[in-house]
Ligand binder design. Structure first.
Ligand code: NI
Length: 166
């Protein structure tokens, strides 16, 4: 396993729309394992392949207190989104910034697992937020896009001074 460099906003590569995974093979599983290692090391509770500059529809999440319940979603599709929650949100690609964003409270998502098998999962609260946040990454969308222009520009200016991942 290897830790991968994480792209930082406003890197334009974060705006790439990710393509579906045609087949979950060993190469994809290697990427998933590297993404999990990268997420845990950061530390973070979610990571999309887009953030490590691989523009395929893969996300990994672990919102458990013990960091021992990894959730892998390949080609995720949010089929149902209901209710509303507002929580402070952060992102490994926007380090050091936390802002309140409006999300659906409950969702149902369909995806493939690490073995390429289809499954459906219902989620609410933090897990639902996290799945929505990571699915946004696959569309090239970041949580800062939900903020005011002024706030986003302020974050952009501060982060543009950081060294970039290659
Ligand atoms: Ni993020």
């Amino acid at each position: 396993m290897a830790q991968l460099p994480i792209l930082t906003f406003p890197d334009p590569r974060l705006r790439t729309k990710a393509r579906p995974v045609a087949r979950v093979d060993d190469k994809v599983r290697q990427l998933i394992d590297d993404m999990l290692e990268t997420m845990y090391a950061a530390p973070g509770i979610g990571l999309a392949a887009s953030q490590v500059n691989v523009h395929r529809r893969i996300i990994v999440i672990d919102v458990s207190a013990e960091h021992d319940q990894p959730l892998v979603l390949v080609n995720p599709v949010i089929e149902v989104a209901e209710g509303m929650q507002e929580r402070e949100e952060g992102c490994l690609s926007v380090p050091g910034f936390y802002e309140t964003v409006e999300r659906a409270e409950r969702i149902r998502v369909r995806a493939l697992n690490r073995d390429g098998e289809g499954f459906e999962k219902e989620a609410d609260g933090l897990l639902a937020l996290c799945i929505q946040h990571e699915c946004d990454h696959l569309e090239g969308k970041l949580f800062v896009d939900y903020l005011s222009n002024l706030k986003r520009q302020r974050i952009r200016k501060k982060l543009a001074k950081l060294p970039k991942a290659s």
